[in-house]
Design a protein. Structure first.
Length: 343
């Protein structure tokens, strides 16, 4: 008798799904060679015109369950809501987007690859809505990373829809940290996985990542390196200062606070069980948003791209701009305070 297959809970977050792309995705899940799965669909308040096709596609198949949030949450909190419904008997969890197409062996290959790791993920083929191949791999210009915890905390390389992870990981990952700035559910889950164990990578595209105008995140955006040169114009020093200051303000709100909170949350939930080198990394990153922040460390890390290690796409420089703007603002406030006290 063949051993019983582990139950995989596939968590899909939807919002205004394109009916054609959604049907293709649902059918690709039904075609999985690993057959012991359930699909938990959480809709984030789609209109009746888009929700009805979703209901029809899931109808009559008890492996699918559909729930709808009472209020618009956004993809980060909607994924959190769906993950909270994963049944305790599930051994593994896979994340799914509403408009991709899985290869039949996707779940089976990830289950084979995970071994003793906390999480496994694969490469993906990038296609357009009609199926035209735009890239045979996700990693055209950017270096993949699933071993460097600092890099993963700073900039995500583990796409949720490419991932499968152990059910027990949810005990640490839920609830998600407060949604500061522009949070990513997959970066958070992958960071918890790497902080507490190992991540496995399948160097093979196991699904088609569909690029279209309504996609929440795109391939080109994930490959775009942060270039400080776009802020600079030697002919307009005043404008350069204003642009740099505005970028620093925005980066502090969207990146510094978010990344620091993620590290502090990992430290609070799992700090006593982390390996020493990972604990040091988490503590260092946790200083972001809590001065004195690790500016020198970020400056040194920003040089890594010159040796081909560009997995963070230069975010260190953006974080540095945010920190120095904050320090300048604090220094000005102290000077104003001293001047007022002198009067």
């Amino acid at each position: 008798m063949a051993p019983k297959q582990p139950l995989v809970a596939i968590c899909m977050a939807t919002y205004e799904p394109d009916p054609t792309l959604l049907e293709s995705q649902i059918e690709s899940i039904r075609a999985q060679s690993h057959e012991d799965w359930v699909c938990l669909i959480g809709d984030d308040g789609s209109s009746p015109q888009r929700l009805e096709p979703l209901r029809e596609l899931a109808a009559g198949d008890r492996r699918f369950t559909l729930s709808q949030s009472d209020a618009r949450l956004g993809f980060y909190l909607n994924f959190e809501r769906v993950l909270k419904t994963v049944p305790p008997q599930a051994g593994f969890v896979a994340l799914a987007d509403q408009d991709d197409r899985w290869r039949p062996e996707k779940l089976a290959r990830l289950l084979d690859a995970i071994g003793g790791a906390q999480l496994a993920y694969s490469d993906m083929r990038v296609v357009n809505e009609t199926g035209k191949v735009l890239s045979e791999t996700f990693w055209r210009e950017r270096r993949n990373n699933c071993t460097n915890l600092a890099s993963l905390l700073l900039a995500n390389t583990v796409t949720g829809a490419a991932s499968l992870f152990r059910r027990q990981l949810l005990d640490l990952a839920l609830p998600f940290p407060e949604p500061l700035g522009d949070p990513f559910h997959d970066q958070w889950i992958a960071s918890v996985a790497l902080a507490t164990g190992r991540i496995a990578y399948v160097d093979q595209p196991l699904y088609d990542y569909v690029q279209h105008g309504g996609a929440a995140r795109g391939h080109e955006a994930a490959m775009r390196e942060w270039d400080p040169g776009r802020l600079l114009d030697w002919r307009d020093p005043g404008g350069t200062l204003r642009r740099a200051s505005e970028h620093g303000r925005r980066s502090y709100e969207e990146n510094v606070r978010r990344i620091g909170l993620a590290a502090r949350t990992i430290e609070a939930r799992a700090g006593g069980t982390l390996e020493p080198d990972k604990a040091r990394t988490v503590r260092r990153v946790a200083r972001l948003g809590q001065p004195p922040e690790p500016a020198a460390w970020l400056a040194l890390r920003s040089l890594r791209r010159f040796s081909g290690r560009n997995e963070t796409m230069g975010i260190e420089l953006s974080l540095l701009a945010a920190i120095w703007r904050r320090r300048l603002a604090a220094a000005r406030a102290r000077l104003r305070g001293a001047g007022e006290a002198a009067r």
